[in-house]
Design a protein around this ligand. Structure first.
Ligand SMILES: C[S@@+](CC[C@H](N)C(=O)[O-])C[C@H]1O[C@@H](n2cnc3c(N)ncnc32)[C@H](O)[C@@H]1O
Length: 367
């Protein structure tokens, strides 16, 4: 069918209108949920529900754009995206984000060039890319202002994430540390309170726990009244990096490719660790943790990682998996997690997951 034939045009019009109607109805649904939850302290379930609908709206809005652009222009989006990302990265490194006024007033390319000792034409060319759909706004000839979408790059953690994400996606390197707000996790207090413990009982060991941010949170979730120890196990290099206090948390240098040093912990916890590694390495890690398990009914591992759906993964899951690919790791579906744990001698007893999020946890016992 010729692209401009009446049939082809009618088909494309119908596709655009159908997708627009679909997106409109989803936006209404999202607005209703957001309104009903506005001003509330959200539970994890409510947060997950809201973010799940939001993810669907965004995905379907992307499809609407594709329907409007058509297949050929959609292919050319790759060029747009690469150029846009490169321009934003260069403007960050040149200092343009810092040099533009934060109060919403404008600056010209001429002024920016003088202040930053940078080539004016280069600024104009980069800004051409960075003002099409943001993050900056072009308010006159070679005149630019910040918007909320550019100011966000000034949050140090976010601009570091942006730079690191680019590096990780383009070549092997350390995994990004993403800040999660929609994580379904093990009900620590419920699990720990079912066991008799003493002050010496290792309650939770966060293996490869980074700077201790998660084990600190787990201790908080657990609350008062349960006797026992919370332990952070990490490489010595990572432990040396910890500058602040971690009240109530023991720190132990440990290489998870060697047999577990602490026996009898109730929970050996791995968060965002196993997805960095291929199956063969995960089997070594899990077999090493098994060394610490002397009571197969009482002790367990909990793995907090993504569980990908078998079908219909969202964009975040897809790009995270690409990141893991660069480290020779992988995100896994439930089937893959079950097979991995089974091969290591564990049986999965429960998964903790919610609709609308891939962030989940898996509980498994040694057979
Ligand atoms: C992706 S980070 C996850 C950190 C933390 N669990 C979190 O969720 O934020 C992986 C962690 O594994 C640690 N790690 C890597 N190899 C290790 C090893 N052989 N033994 C112990 N920890 C290791 C790294 O230092 C890093 O902190």
């Amino acid at each position: 069918m010729a692209l401009n034939s009446p049939e082809a045009v009618a088909q494309q019009n119908a596709a655009m209108k159908a997708q627009l109607a679909h997106v409109t109805s989803l936006v209404n649904k999202y607005c209703n949920v957001a309104t009903s939850l506005a001003g509330k302290e959200l539970t994890i379930e409510e947060h997950v529900k809201q973010s799940g609908i939001h993810t669907t709206v965004v995905q379907e809005a992307h499809k609407l754009l594709n329907a409007i652009k058509g297949p050929v222009d959609t292919l050319f989006c790759h060029f747009e995206n690469v150029a846009h990302t490169g321009a934003v990265r260069a403007l960050l490194d040149m200092g343009v984000f810092q040099a533009l006024p934060f109060d919403g007033s404008s600056k010209t390319a001429e002024t920016l060039s003088k202040e930053l000792n940078a080539d004016k034409e280069l600024i104009v060319r980069l800004m051409r890319n960075a003002t099409i759909w943001g993050p900056f706004k072009e308010v006159g000839v070679q005149k630019y202002v910040h918007t909320p979408y550019s100011l966000v790059y000034l949050v140090p953690q976010l601009s570091a994430c942006f730079k690191l994400g680019q590096r990780v996606l383009s070549r092997p390197g350390p995994a990004p540390r993403i800040f999660q707000t929609k994580w379904m996790d093990c009900p620590f207090r419920e699990v720990l309170s079912q066991c008799e413990t003493t002050d010496d009982t290792p309650l939770v060991i966060d293996v490869g726990g980074g700077r201790g941010h998660t084990i600190t949170q787990i201790k908080q979730y657990t609350g008062e009244g349960i006797k026992g120890r919370f332990i952070l196990q990490e490489s010595q290099i990572a432990l040396d990096d910890i500058t602040g206090e971690l009240p109530g948390i023991e720190q132990q240098a440990y290489d998870f490719f060697t047999p577990q040093l602490v026996k009898d912990a109730l929970i050996y916890y791995f968060r965002h660790v196993l997805h960095d590694w291929p199956d063969a390495a995960c089997l070594d890690i899990l077999r090493n943790v098994a060394v610490g398990i002397t009571d197969k009914k009482r002790q367990r591992v909990v793995i907090a990682d993504h569980i990908l759906p078998e079908k219909g993964a969202d964009a975040e899951a897809a790009w995270m998996d690409m990141t893991m690919l660069t480290l020779t790791g992988t995100e896994r579906t439930e089937k893959q997690w079950r097979k991995l744990l089974d091969d290591a001698g564990f049986t999965v007893t429960r998964t903790f997951r919610g609709s609308g999020t891939n962030y989940a946890a898996i509980e498994a016992f040694l057979r």
